[in-house]
Design a protein around this ligand. Structure first.
Ligand code: MN
Length: 285
């Protein structure tokens, strides 16, 4: 059995997006920090309303999927298809922009902590122009495994073994076959998980430090960093130094050219020009 190693680290950089929401951007801070099929990962976490209150007013997307996972707080999604999604602590919003969507994501709180993640997952060329779709997934629809040893796993997408039984997340049937787990380890905790050997995978530590790998190859990943993993059939996560929380993501690489301009992600420059033209002429959606 090949155990995945922590191959390299991408430090999350402070940035802002939307109308001035402060973020930590790890994947997607530059073209060389994508991990096919994952284009971008933002963490937002602040109890200062000035950092988030302006939100993300209406803006377009084409060519990929956005997945928002709220840890704390309350956001409202509205889009051109008439969807209205109230996103609260523990909820997930899985939006497939496809050929085009125009949406807003606005905080519904004037104080308190707003914390969560937005992940961008690419679509294959043949699906980039499919109709947009949108799904709100309430926290109660997302299975959580709470083991006797204190290990806690929320299965947003993909499958996890809990003893003898498979626990499957609410999202399936995607070409990229995403695995999306929120893993929380107590001090001295250990989580081992089988992965498809040639899928790309990374860990994003968001609280505490996690050790990744086995034996001499165990390496520490500190909070607010992406750890990109080598290929292999298994991942081993440890938290010897103290409790730790992390996202574990994996997916099937698309191995297609990526041309991005802001909120549009296509395969060629011409397709990007077309997206801009369509948006400017009210033909995106
Ligand atoms: Mn958006």
């Amino acid at each position: 059995m090949s155990i995945r190693r922590l191959e390299h680290v991408i430090h999350a950089m402070p940035t802002s997006d939307g109308a001035g929401v402060k973020l930590r951007r790890s994947l997607g801070q530059s073209q060389s920090t994508r991990l096919d099929p994952f284009l971008m990962l933002d963490e937002f976490s602040s109890d200062q309303p000035g950092d988030y209150i302006a939100g993300f007013p209406p803006h377009p997307h084409r060519g990929f999927e956005t997945v928002t996972y709220m840890l704390d707080g309350h956001m409202l999604h509205e889009d051109n298809m008439g969807n209205r999604g109230d996103l609260k602590s523990g909820d997930v919003q899985w939006m497939t922009a496809g050929r085009g969507i125009i949406h807003s994501e606005m905080p519904q709180q004037e104080r308190g902590l707003l914390r969560g993640f937005q992940l961008w997952i690419n679509l294959p060329a043949k699906e980039k122009m499919k109709p947009a779709s949108y799904r709100d997934i309430s926290s109660f629809q997302i299975p959580v495994i709470e083991r006797a040893d204190g290990v806690w796993i929320k299965v947003i997408a993909g499958k996890v073994m809990d003893g003898e039984k498979h626990v499957e997340g609410p999202v399936s049937g995607r070409t990229t076959e995403p695995l999306y787990l929120d893993v929380r380890l107590p001090k001295g905790g250990h989580f081992s998980h089988a992965l498809i050997a040639d899928h790309n995978a990374f860990v994003y530590a968001y609280e505490g430090n996690v050790e990744i790998g086995a034996g001499d190859e165990r390496r520490l990943l500190a909070a607010h960093n992406v750890g990109v993993l080598s290929h292999g059939e298994q991942i081993e996560l440890y938290s010897e130094g103290g409790p730790a929380r992390m996202l574990l993501l994996a997916g099937r690489p698309l191995k297609e050219p990526v041309v991005q301009r802001g909120p549009f992600v296509m395969n060629t420059r011409e397709e990007i020009e077309q997206a801009l033209y369509d948006y400017q002429h009210g033909q995106l959606v």
